[in-house]
Design a protein around this ligand. Structure first.
Ligand code: NAI
Length: 302
């Protein structure tokens, strides 16, 4: 691996495998396919990847109806994505982007399994929001090929991608992912592996102060969100943004940053958010978080 030269950006024929077909994995698969790559989508939950491809096709149709994509490009992109039924089917991947649950042990185990399947030329990227790239890579045979490639939600719309190097990451490989993100129409930035990287570090106080204000009875989520949107110039207030991200994911990120900074009280996780996670009120994806969505949208808020 060490002597290997990476191209500036992956060629369009390079096979991209995305693991985890949830909110982020589906979006990443869509973006890679629109950019011209053949894409394999794998999820350990039976039927999940197939369902995600259905949702991707719906999204592509929406882009066509808004004149953001031609029907031919949308059709070609949807035909480039297929479901992998097992991890072994990823053996020819040139780039794997992992977007599974935000748990270090799960990611570490997955990367260990992948090393036995993919070739030594394959780049292993993680979409982790906050976990240490150094730790995810530690103990692997080739830790230098592990790099963070952190997309934002919703992936097809958000330009920013953080390219994060851990202590062992190969700089040429990080540059390759940077240039690949550029070729995918994104705006990549380089960062080193610190807890939460750039955006999730800076965003922690945004959520935390909103949650503290709610805890103190200072104002309701809808009021706080409206103020931040309409007077603060933010695209979304903290509560609607947490509902979009998913409380399970957002809570896991806060816990990870809190522990990584040796339990610094600035990053203390919120009991209110923990309750939402315990109740399964995960936000948009479950139909209920701070707000209600879908059929339950008219019902009173929790
Ligand atoms: P999600 O809960 O929507 O999807 C995760 C998917 O991974 C699920 O479909 C699950 O079945 C699958 N999965 C879990 N363990 C697996 C395994 N071992 N092998 C294969 N599939 C597995 O989660 P989401 O929101 O897509 O997040 C995924 C990753 O992306 C997390 O690391 C998260 O921190 C990160 N992220 C999330 C953002 C967000 O706004 N939701 C933004 C940026 C990064």
């Amino acid at each position: 691996m060490n002597n290997r030269k990476y191209p500036h950006a992956l060629s369009r024929s390079a096979l991209v495998a995305v693991i985890g077909s949830g909110t982020m994995g589906a979006g990443i698969a869509q973006v890679a396919a629109v950019a011209g790559h053949p894409v394999l989508l794998y999820d350990s939950r039976e039927g999940a990847a197939g369902k995600a491809i259905g949702a991707i096709c719906t999204n592509l149709d929406k882009l066509v109806s808004k004149d953001k994509l031609t029907p031919a490009l949308a059709q070609a992109a949807s035909q480039r994505i297929s479901v992998a039924q097992s991890l072994e089917e990823l053996h020819q991947a040139d780039l794997v982007i992992e977007a599974i649950v935000e748990q270090l042990a799960a990611k570490h185990e997955l990367f260990g399994k992948l090393e036995a399947i993919v070739s030594t030329r394959c780049i292993l990227a993680t979409n982790t929001s906050s976990l240490s790239i150094t730790q995810i890579a530690a103990g692997l045979q080739h830790p230098e090929r592990v790099v963070g490639m952190h997309f934002f939600n919703p992936v097809p719309m958000m330009a920013l991608v953080e390219i994060i190097s851990g202590l062992a990451s190969d700089a040429a490989l990080a540059q390759c992912l940077h240039d690949t993100a550029l070729a995918w129409g994104k705006t990549p930035v380089m960062a080193r592996s610190t807890p939460g990287f750039i955006v999730n570090r800076l965003a922690r106080p945004y959520y935390a102060e909103g949650l503290r204000m709610l805890h103190e009875g200072g104002a309701q989520p809808a009021t706080i969100d409206a103020v931040m949107r309409e007077a603060g110039g933010f695209r979304m207030g903290p509560f609607e943004l947490m509902d979009l991200i998913g409380h399970d994911v957002n809570f896991a990120v806060t816990q990870s940053v809190f522990h990584a900074y040796f339990n610094d009280p600035r990053f203390t996780p919120s009991l209110i958010q923990q309750e939402l996670v315990h109740a399964g009120y995960l936000g948009r994806k479950s139909g209920r978080g701070f707000y209600r969505y879908g059929e339950a949208a008219g019902a009173p808020r929790p």
